[in-house]
Design a protein around this ligand. Structure first.
Ligand code: GLU
Length: 476
């Protein structure tokens, strides 16, 4: 028997979209308008490196412009291609709609393995790629705002912002042309951790609903749950770290390029990350036992599986062997459409990418707003808030004196209560609220309609409905 063909990433996203749209009764023209990718720009440019001219290929795809700017990261990886960039841009549309970030969807990519280049070479390449996109307004605070993705980070975003400022010397909003910048270059506190933090908040919200937890054949809280994490990059690292340090989850397996590190008692995520930084992989790390076959570890027994690396790692080839009752898609597209059906039929609960990893773009939204308002969050209110809290504390202290031993203030209450929120706390609070609200809107559809049997379909339905309303409002 021949194995059925796995659809491409873009086809996979379209299939998931189609399943949701078929339950919504949209006019076919509108459905198609929302589904298709508006435009993809391909650029080939040369950079003189190591005495020769090297040609690079990059993409910027705009899936939707019902809100502008269109938003989405830029990925550096050797296998970047048009299909992938378009799939990722489409996911950005649905992601932004689901978390109510007022953006269209976009994504970019450069075919390059950043590990092959020195820092100064990467700067030259990034500057040139940015130049090509900026001169066509494919990077612009009002039209298209990139962010980090796989293989890129704060450094690349700072270079893009600088390149834009050089080319638009009088644009007062220049900094808002890209998000994910370092805090000292117009960034915001908490953006680096944001996607991983969002994964943690998503799981916390899921565990606040005992019915949902029971659907995944689990019970209780995140405390003591055994977690397999695939990919200890920015997203996987922060998600695993917060789950272990703050929620008591046990990180039993960490899958990386060179295999898997496992320890049934759990591992210290910072130690493993430091080891990878020094040795390039998990092999030899004393936190756990190493095995070459990382992919097989996706099939190990656990409570929660967190694919946080690349797309299509759970596919028709391994879906029926995945034991995890709950999967949270920290990466974009880690489960193919075919695998999704197999898992759904087995009763696996999937917290889908368009929701699970939306923490990154949510905090990008806060950064963009900060850049446009030219003021740090909390700067006006913080001391005023502290002064009002001081009034209450003064009253409580008076009561304390009056009542003697009959009542005393809880130790540390005063310090904790007096301190006004700083930018990081405000960002986390905004992110937490966003993740809770988005989950509830998705859950509402999942629980209230018996023709909707998974969170992904529900999430797509909420997102599509919002995009459709915005097109309708424009008279489409
Ligand atoms: N690249 C991230 C994502 O896939 C972040 C996008 C953004 O912040 O614009 O969601």
């Amino acid at each position: 028997m021949s194995t059925p063909r796995e659809p491409s990433f873009r086809e996979s996203v379209d299939l998931m979209f189609g399943r949701a749209a078929s339950l919504m009764g949209l006019p076919p023209g509108l459905e198609e308008k929302i589904r298709v990718c508006n435009a993809t720009y391909t650029v080939r440019f040369g950079v003189r490196l190591r005495g020769e001219i090297r040609t690079f290929t990059g993409y910027r795809s705009v899936h939707s412009e019902h809100f502008e700017p269109a938003k989405g990261g830029i990925r550096y990886a050797s296998n970047v291609n048009q299909d992938e960039v378009e799939a990722l841009a489409a996911l950005m549309t649905y992601k932004c709609a689901l978390v109510e970030a007022p953006f269209g969807g976009s994504k970019g990519g450069l075919c390059i393995d950043p590990r092959d280049y020195e820092d100064h070479e990467l700067e030259q390449i990034t500057r040139r790629f940015a130049y090509e996109l900026i001169k066509r307004d494919m990077i612009n605070p009002a039209q298209n705002v990139p962010a980090p993705d796989m293989g890129t980070g704060e450094r690349e975003m700072a270079i893009i912002a600088d390149q834009y400022a050089r080319m638009h010397t009088t644009d007062i909003n220049a900094k808002a042309c890209v998000t994910g910048k370092p805090p000292h270059a117009g960034g915001i506190q908490g953006r680096v951790e944001a996607t991983g933090r969002g994964v943690q908040y998503a799981l916390k919200e899921f565990f606040r609903h005992p019915d949902d937890v029971a659907s995944a054949r689990l019970s209780g809280t995140l405390d003591g749950k055994r977690v397999i994490v695939q990919g200890l990059g920015n997203v996987g690292y922060h998600a695993a770290k917060f789950l272990a340090e703050e929620d008591g989850s046990i990180i039993t397996h960490i899958i990386e390029r060179d295999g898997v590190l496992s320890n049934p008692k759990g591992m210290n995520v910072d130690e493993v990350r430091a080891w990878i930084g020094e040795h390039g992989g998990v092999k030899g790390c004393p936190e756990g036992t190493h095995h070459e076959d990382g992919f097989a570890a996706l099939e190990e027994d656990c409570d929660i599986l967190v694919p946080a690396a690349i797309e299509a790692v759970i596919n028709l080839g391994n879906a029926d062997r995945i034991k995890a009752p709950l999967i949270i898609e920290a990466a974009n597209g880690p489960i193919t459409a075919g695998a999704n059906d197999i898992l759904r039929d087995k009763g696996t609960v999937i917290i889908p990418d368009l929701y699970a990893n939306a923490g990154g773009v949510t905090v990008s939204y806060f950064e963009w707003v900060k850049n446009l308002s030219h003021i740090r969050f909390g700067r006006m209110q913080r001391r005023q808030e502290e002064a009002r809290h001081q009034l209450i504390v003064n009253e409580l202290e008076r009561l304390d004196e009056h009542l003697g031993d009959a009542w005393t203030m809880t130790p540390n209450f005063k310090e904790k209560y007096l301190r006004g929120a700083d930018e990081l706390e405000l960002v986390r609070s905004g992110l937490d609220d966003t993740m809770r609200t988005a989950y509830q809107s998705m859950r509402e559809v999942w629980r209230s309609r018996n023709d909707v049997d998974d969170l992904r379909t529900a999430g797509f339905m909420v997102a599509i409905d919002r995009v459709a309303s915005s097109y309708r409002a424009k008279g489409l």
